[in-house]
Design a protein around this ligand. Sequence first.
Ligand code: FEO
Length: 394
Amino acid sequence: MKFKEIKNNIFYCGLNDCDRTIFDELIPLEHGTSYNSYLVKGSEKTALIDTMYPPKTEEYLKNLDENNITKVDYIIANHGEQDHSGSIPALLEKYPDAIVVTNSKCKENIKEMLLVPDEKIKVINDKEEISLGDKTLRFIIAPGVHWPDTMFTYIVEDNLICTCDFLGAHYTFDEIFADDSKELEHSAKRYYAEIMMPFRTMCKKYTKLVRDMNPEMILPSHGPIYKNPKFILDLYEDWSADEGKNLVLMPYVSMYGSVEEMIDYLAEKLEAKGIKTEKFDIVDGDLGDLAMGLVDATTIVLGSSMVLAGPHPMAFNIAYLANVLKPKAKVATFVGSYGWGGNLFGKLGELLSGLKLDVIEPLLVKGKPKEVDFKRLDDIAETIYEKHKALNLI
Ligand code: FEO
């Protein structure tokens, strides 16, 4: 495959992985993904910025051969996770004079994960530069988007910034430049929800930093290159904002239909009050969709049937996931139904305790909801309405 030139002797040499259907063995991929690698040819030295996912190494090296890349001086590791660093050992065999350039945290990771020897790694500090002759690479240490070892590489003379996983998307493409489509926006949001949302504060910080740099293009490690940086920066600014939307996310699991009946009723009442709702069937739903709902939701209503005197395990899973994804939600409540007894909400509440939510008194019914329970659901809808109003969402 012939490498595509991005600009002025800077080439895309990454690969699509159209067959990959799940990432981190957790969240389904809708459009596969790409592992981006960039070749920068200076007048004196050549650098590769990020490398390749190990199963794709052979194809990656073959492409380097086909493009007559006989010498690489620097292998820039922006991050130690192996979807980007995995081919470093093979590259060091192929180009024995090459040196890996990275920060101290990433150095420890690639030494441990890939057994790269100490003497093959050059450690750089924040804002340090290396020269390729007529091109300069400047490194920006950016811990927290999303690993502690993450950094960006700025190609100074060309005003291009390689942002590693930050601002990326699990998306495959033939044209290397983003089309700024709704489909790409959807994939980038799903990616943000799963990977970046737990680091929302850092996302805000680095969105501003990249915007202030005013790069001509953004070159992420997954997904197409943004020729129009405003497209992705505006989206990140919205997603990472402290304020949620006028939205209630309602994940639920219902064994005999009672919880679903309560969720449906509550959703109808909320919609009638002008509040958007998103119901999510935990058993049949796609976790990526749930994560996307968490990007915007101000309120979470978690519904569960009781199983063996506690929450349904699938509800447990959702509460745990919501807690670690650290969404911006501010309000929560629970609805549930039981057959013979137990503690339904205590453990779910504990699991969500990291979010510091304002919890509305939950509703637990034996069997099917009755008139008195529907009245309680009316009260819950009214309380959510009041809280959204107080937050200026209505
Ligand atoms: Fe795409 Fe954190 O690796």
